[in-house]
Design a protein around this ligand. Structure first.
Ligand code: NAD
Ligand code: UDP
Length: 312
């Protein structure tokens, strides 16, 4: 039985990943500082004898014996990663260094949850892994973007210097149950606003685009990447190429939620990327992976999740 460390395991994606890895018969150690993660996301796993939880901050060193590491620890929503930007930088740099230390000592395979934000405000559409990105290293998003870029560099240098088996996935906007209600991301914001029949807050004119991947599809891609036997280390884009404007997303959510909400336009945050769309040719070619869940179906499931949450 493999022992697998999932950092950020109580977060939105991490909780789905822990559940999927347990289903595959692994022993899972979920490590989290509970900054944006929540006990509620992992409560249903607590009775499982192969599930352990450790409250720990990866900025501090830790000694563990594991076979694999999925490093997801890092706040992902702009609101939360900008709350304490220095801490965000330290999580993706010092934290990454500590996780690579465990990988080196245990000869464990390590997967880094990188992000489409390494492409910044991209000048190339859709984004391929070869595109080096267009990041403003001085702006308010830099603590996240540059931290994740350094984390990728750390991964590559440990791989070259210490022969650590690595995997790098660049995750594009993902949504689904277990998103935090207050994390400020667009899908959770719009759904909660729609269910409360409150104004839907569109930043800017809503012409900016994103492409949304359902959490179950993403987790499947992450595990397929970790387990690939052709030693494909990435980086590889994981996301859903279905691109739409934020205005279209708002209209879709209002309709699916049966809401009477009206749209309210707010100022566009600094450095907000104009377009984002993954080219997933490499994932298809190397991993045979592509997302399966249609946006409408995934949104319906997410709306049901938030409906239940708002009732409690
Ligand atoms: P999330 O905020 O729900 O989860 C992050 C988890 O990491 C939380 O449980 C949080 O408490 C924990 N954490 C944060 N800092 C930590 C630290 N220093 N030590 C220990 N735990 C810490 O976010 P998510 O959406 O589940 O994202 C998970 C990972 O995927 C992140 O690394 C994020 O950058 C990456 N990612 C997510 C998306 C997305 O659309 N959700 C897109 C690109 C990349
Ligand atoms: N956004 C919006 N209203 C909201 C929250 C977000 O219009 O209430 C916009 C935001 O400006 C961005 C897009 O939706 O253009 C996606 O934002 P999110 O924070 O979810 O992710 P990211 O910007 O990191 O892709």
């Amino acid at each position: 039985m493999k022992t697998i460390l999932v950092t950020g395991g109580a977060g939105f994606i991490g909780s789905h990943l822990c559940e999927a890895l347990l289903k595959k018969g692994s022993h899972v150690i979920c490590l989290d500082n509970f900054f944006t993660g929540s006990q509620r996301n992992i409560n249903h796993l607590m009775g499982n004898k192969d599930f352990e939880v450790a409250r720990h901050d990866i900025i501090q060193p830790i000694v563990l014996e594991v076979d694999e590491i999925y490093n997801l620890a890092c706040p992902a929503s702009p609101k939360h990663y900008q709350f304490d930007p220095i801490k965000t930088l330290l999580t993706s740099t010092v934290g990454m260094f500590h996780m690579l230390g465990i990988a080196k000592r245990c000869r464990a395979k390590i997967l880094q949850a990188s992000t489409s934000e390494v492409y910044g405000n991209p000048a190339v559409h859709p984004q391929t892994e070869k595109y080096p990105g267009n990041v403003n290293m001085l702006g308010p998003r830099a603590c996240y973007d540059e931290g994740k870029r350094v984390a990728e560099t750390f991964m590559m240098d440990y791989h070259r210097e210490h022969k650590i088996p690595i995997r790098i996935v660049r995750i594009f906007n993902t949504y689904g149950p277990n998103m935090a209600m207050d994390d400020g991301r667009v899908v959770s914001n719009f759904i909660v606003q729609a269910l409360r029949n409150e104004p839907i807050t569109i930043y800017g004119k809503g012409k900016q685009t994103r492409s949304f991947c359902f959490a179950a599809d993403l987790v499947d891609g992450m595990i397929t990447m970790m387990d690939n036997t052709i030693d494909f280390i990435g980086p590889v884009n994981l996301g859903n190429p279905h691109e739409l404007t934020i205005l279209e997303l708002a209209e879709k959510i209002i309709s699916l939620a049966g809401s009477t909400s009206k749209i309210s336009f707010k100022p566009l945050p600094e450095d907000d990327p104009e377009r984002r769309n993954p080219d997933i040719s490499l994932a298809k070619e190397k991993l045979g992976w592509e997302p399966k869940v249609e946006l409408d179906d995934g949104l319906r499931e997410t709306i049901s999740y938030f409906r239940r949450l708002l009732k409690n």
